[in-house]
Design a protein around this ligand. Structure first.
Ligand code: GDP
Length: 190
């Protein structure tokens, strides 16, 4: 798969606008500020294909990116405390609407900050993915903020906390240091 030839397709503000699923989709989900935009830019080798938020809690949209043979789906970040209720409703509509459609879900990449315990909304997301039987991986972000020892410790702590089955991959990444991306590309390609 060519990660360096990814183009932005469109943003959608309501799930009924989403076009039919014509390609296998790799979706990215995570809390607002978890580092999702930075990860997408690092993954695609681009500086600002996905906007790195200056200000978290910007309007929720689902953003589609495409390369030959696959589509990347940037889901709206969840859990920013200071957004209006209406905005939280929009978020739920988009995420639930996306997953309720009959789509070609190849992989859901669930991003979690490596420094902290998983938060309630991370648990909700991951429990939903397990219950729905969707193929997913947990990708820990901002690893450069911890020592190698602390990283390893957090991997076990979070695996246990999230009660991840053994076959669910958990990767450690740093967009800042460009670490963990070979493993992530390999996982997505598979
Ligand atoms: P998003 O809201 O999930 O899209 O998160 P962003 O990509 O906008 O990143 C949120 C903040 O975390 C920004 O200040 C980024 O510079 C920072 N950040 C993202 N990835 C990393 C990383 O790998 N290491 C460090 N140290 N900071 C990061």
């Amino acid at each position: 798969m060519n990660f360096n030839n990814v183009t932005f397709e469109r943003s959608f503000g309501i799930s009924s606008q989403l076009p039919p699923s014509t390609l296998p989709e790799v979706a990215f989900a995570g809390r607002s500020n978890v580092g999702k935009s930075s990860m997408l830019n690092a993954l695609f080798g681009r500086k600002s294909l996905a906007k790195v938020s200056q200000k978290p809690g910007k309007t929720s949209t689902i953003n589609f990116f495409a390369t030959e043979g696959a589509r990347f789906v940037d889901l709206p970040g969840y859990g920013y405390a200071r957004v209006a209720k209406s905005e939280k409703g929009r978020w739920a509509e988009l995420i639930e609407g996306y997953f309720n459609q009959d789509r070609n879900f190849a992989l859901v990449v669930s991003l979690v900050d490596i420094r902290h315990e998983a938060q309630q909304l991370d648990l909700n997301m991951i429990n939903f993915l397990m219950e729905a039987g969707l193929p997913f991986a947990v990708v820990l972000t901002k690893a450069d903020k911890l020592s190698r020892n602390q990283q390893n410790k957090q991997v076990s702590v979070l695996r246990r906390q999230l009660a991840l089955p053994e076959d669910v991959p958990m990767l450690v990444t740093s967009s800042e240091k460009r670490e963990g991306f070979d493993a992530l590309r390999k996982l997505i390609t598979q």
